[in-house]
Design a protein around this ligand. Structure first.
Ligand SMILES: *[C@@H]1O[C@H](CO)[C@@H](O)[C@H](O)[C@H]1NC(C)=O
Ligand SMILES: *[C@@H]1O[C@H](CO)[C@@H](O)[C@H](O)[C@H]1NC(C)=O
Length: 588
C-alpha cells in the first residue's frame, strides 16, 4: 500500500495530527499547537509517565563556528565522518536552504535579535579584541525565553561586545555563561591573540559567569564546553524548561600561533586524509561530532530528550584559505567562502531535531534565515508571537517545520554592506548579487582543488545508525528511520554542480556585473541569468533599494587597545569601560 515505510509513517502521523487538529485546542495564531503535544503525549505517555503535555520544550541550540558545507557527512561528503551529527540530522529536518550572515558577530547579532544585520549596524565586520563596539541595546533571544520561565545558559562564544560589563552575556539575558568574549582563542590554553601596530597582545579568554577560569587551561575546549553542558543538563531542575545555547569554539581556527588544535589520538584516527592541516581540522570536526552524541545521550539520561528541540547551525561558511584565520574547512561544491555573499559564505549547515516534529526525517529546501530561529523557537515554547518586537524580520517557521507545510518565507535579505557596496537578496528561486567583498579575491571554488589530495573513506551508514545519537534516537522514536532511509536523505541533501557540458557564465560581480542565479537549478552559482531576466533583476534591485532605507550605518571599528590591553588586567581580555547601566556589578 505504501511505497516506503516513510510514506506509511507520514500517513499515520498526518491522520493523528488531523484528528487532533479537529479536537485539540488551537493556539493564539490559528495554528494547532495542541496537536504536536497531544500527539506526543499519546505516544510517550506510557514510557514517560512523569511528563506533562503542556510543558514548554527544552531548547538546545548548538552553534558550530566556521564549519563548512562539505565538512559534514549528511551533505554527501566522504571525507570527515560525523556519525552523531548525521544521525540527528536524518531523524530531524535537514534545513538545506538555511542562510546566515557571512561572518560571526553579524550572524550572532541576527540570531539573538531576530533582525536583519542592516537594522543593527551589524552588516560589516566582526568585533575585534579591545573594540568598543557592541550589539545595540534591545531585548535578546535569552531574555524572551527568561520571560517564558526558562533557565538560560550560554556555553562558549559570545562575540557581541564586552567593553563594559553590562554588554556581557550574564547582563544580556543569560543566567549563566561559561566561555569566551572574543571571536576565538586557542583550544587548550584559551589565549586570544591580536596584533595592533606591530605589537602582539595576548590575553586569557575563558570565564565562568565573568570570572576568569584559569583552572581549566590545558583541557581541550570542545570537551570543556561539552562537560559543562552535560553538567547543566544533569543538574537541571526539570520543573523549569531549559534554554541551553552551546556556541562552540570548534571549528574556528585558534590563535595566530596555534591555528589548528586537536587531541593527537583523534588526529591519528584520520590518517586517510593526506593534507596534515586538513587532517587536524577533521579531528576538530570529529570532536564536535562526539560532543553532539554526548549531549543527546545526557538529555535522554535525564529523560528530557522527548520534550527537547535541538537546533544545529554553523554561523557562516568555512574560511578554507583566507583571508585570515583560515581553517582548511571546505564549502565545496558551493562557491566562495566565509566573508563572501556566495553560497559558500552564507548557506550554512543547519538542521533541527525534535521528537515534537511530526513530519521529520526529511530534507527541506524551503528558505530559512538565521533571524527565523527566535520567533520559531519562541513559538515552539508556546510563546505568543504578538509579544515579540514588531521590528523583527524573523518569521515563525514552527508550524511549517512540525507539519511539513510550505515555508512562509519567500525572500531573504542576505546583506547590504554600504561600505563595500556588496549586497545580495534571495527572492523565491532567484539570488541577486551586487558588487563583491574583499575585492572579489575569493569568488572561486575552494575545497577539493585547494586542499591538495583529499582522500575519502566509504560512507559508513551503519556507523551513523549505531552512533551514540543514532542509538538514543532509536530508543525514543516510535518509528525510527532505517539505514536505507538515511542513504536516501543523504542523497537528497547533496548539492551537485552543473553538468560540465551545461552552458555556463559564472559572472564576476567584482567587474561591476550584477549576477542572477536560479539557485535550486544552479546551487553553485555557475550560470548568470541576469541578461535573460531583466525584469527579475529590476524587481530585486528595487527590493534592495527599499531594504536600504532601513539600514543603520555601520559604526567605525573602534579599537581601544591602550585601555583594554590584557597587560592591564592580569593578561586577560577584560571589560575596561565604566558600566553604562546602574544594575551593573562586576563579577568576582
Ligand atoms: C582591496 O583593494 C584595496 C585597493 O587596492 C586595498 O587597499 C584593500 O586592502 C583590498 N582589500 C582586500 C580585502 O584585499
Ligand atoms: C562501519 O561501522 C561499524 C560500526 O557500526 C563497524 O563495525 C564497521 O567495521 C564499519 N565498517 C567499515 C567498513 O569501516
Amino acid at each position: 500500500m505504501y511505497k516506503t515505510s516513510q510514506d506509511a509513517r507520514r500517513w499515520f502521523s498526518w491522520s493523528v495530527a488531523i484528528l487532533f487538529e479537529m479536537v485539540g485546542p488551537r493556539g493564539h495564531h490559528g495554528t494547532p499547537w495542541g496537536a504536536p503535544f497531544l500527539f506526543w503525549t499519546v505516544i510517550h505517555a506510557a514510557a514517560y509517565p512523569g511528563c506533562l503535555a503542556a510543558d514548554a520544550p527544552n531548547i538546545v541550540f548548538i552553534i558550530a563556528d566556521d564549519l563548512g558545507w562539505n565538512d559534514v557527512g549528511f551533505h554527501g561528503s566522504n571525507q570527515i565522518p560525523t556519525p552523531n551529527i548525521d544521525a540527528l540530522a536524518y531523524n530531524g529536518i535537514i534545513l538545506n536552504s538555511h542562510y546566515a550572515q557571512s561572518t560571526s558577530s553579524p550572524s550572532r547579532a541576527a540570531l539573538f535579535t531576530g533582525k536583519y544585520a542592516i537594522k543593527l549596524g551589524m552588516q560589516g565586520s566582526s568585533f575585534l579584541p579591545g573594540e568598543k563596539r557592541s550589539l545595540p541595546e534591545g531585548k535578546l533571544m535569552p531574555e524572551y525565553f527568561k520571560d517564558l520561565g526558562y533557565s538560560t545558559y550560554l556555553v562558549g562564544k559570545w562575540h557581541l561586545g564586552y567593553s563594559r560589563w553590562n554588554e556581557t552575556p550574564t547582563f544580556r539575558g543569560f543566567d549563566h555563561h561559561y566561555g569566551f568574549y572574543n571571536g576565538h582563542t586557542s583550544y587548550y590554553d584559551y589565549v586570544g591573540t591580536k596584533t595592533y601596530d606591530g605589537i602582539d597582545y595576548n590575553g586569557f579568554d575563558l570565564r565562568r559567569d565573568g570570572v576568569p577560569s584559569f583552572e581549566d587551561a590545558g583541557h581541550y575546549a570542545t570537551d570543556t564546553f561539552t562537560e559543562y553542558s552535560v553538567k547543566v543538563i544533569e543538574e537541571h531542575d526539570t520543573s523549569k524548561p531549559l534554554f541551553l545555547m552551546i556556541a562552540h569554539l570548534a571549528v574556528h581556527a585558534g590563535n595566530t600561533g596555534k591555528l589548528l588544535e586537536a587531541p593527537q589520538d583523534e588526529i591519528d584516527k584520520l590518517r586517510h586524509i593526506e593534507d596534515a592541516n586538513r587532517r587536524t581540522y577533521a579531528a576538530m570536526v570529529t570532536k564536535l561530532d562526539e560532543s553532539v552524541g554526548t549531549l543527546v545521550e545526557a538529555l535522554e539520561n535525564k529523560k528530557m530528550l522527548q520534550n527537547t528541540v535541538i537546533a544545529f547551525i554553523s554561523d557562516n561558511g568555512a574560511p578554507t584559505v583566507a583571508p585570515h584565520f583560515k581553517n582548511w574547512g571546505s564549502n565545496y561544491p558551493l562557491r566562495g567562502l566565509k566573508n563572501t555573499l556566495f553560497e559558500g559564505g552564507i548557506r550554512s549547515v543547519a538542521f533541527i531535531y525534535s521528537p515534537l516534529l511530526i513530519q521529520s526525517g526529511r530534507v527541506t529546501k524551503d528558505l530559512m534565515h538565521i533571524t527565523d530561529w527566535l520567533p520559531t523557537l519562541y513559538s515552539a515554547a508556546n510563546g505568543d508571537i504578538a509579544n515579540l518586537d514588531p521590528e523583527m524580520d524573523g518569521i515563525d517557521q514552527w508550524p511549517s517545520l512540525v507539519y511539513d507545510l510550505p515555508s512562509p518565507r519567500n525572500d531573504i535579505l542576505l546583506n547590504i554592506n554600504e561600505k563595500t557596496r556588496n549586497a545580495a537578496l534571495r527572492f523565491y528561486n532567484w539570488k541577486l548579487i551586487v558588487g563583491t567583498s574583499m575585492n572579489g579575491t575569493y569568488n572561486e571554488y575552494y575545497g577539493e582543488a585547494v586542499l591538495d589530495v583529499i582522500s575519502e573513506v566509504p560512507y559508513n551508514t551503519s556507523a551513523v545508525f549505531n552512533s551514540k545519537a543514532g542509538r538514543v534516537i532509536r530508543q525514543v522514536s516510535y518509528t525510527p528511520l532505517t539505514e536505507t532511509e538515511y542513504e536516501q536523505l543523504r542523497a537528497e541533501a547533496t548539492v551537485t554542480r552543473l553538468d560540465p557540458k551545461a552552458k555556463k557564465n559564472p559572472c564576476d560581480p567584482a567587474s561591476g556585473d550584477v549576477c542572477l542565479y536560479d539557485i535550486p537549478k544552479d546551487p553553485c552559482e555557475e550560470n548568470d541569468l541576469a541578461k535573460y531576466f531583466p525584469s527579475v533583476v529590476r524587481r530585486m534591485k528595487r527590493a534592495l533599494v527599499e531594504y536600504r532605507k532601513t539600514l543603520v550605518p555601520q559604526l567605525e571599528e573602534a579599537v581601544d587597545i591602550e585601555n583594554s590591553s590584557p597587560k592591564l588586567f592580569g593578561f586577560t581580555w577584560n571589560p575596561w569601560l565604566e558600566c553604562s547601566n546602574a544594575a551593573c556589578t562586576i563579577p568576582v
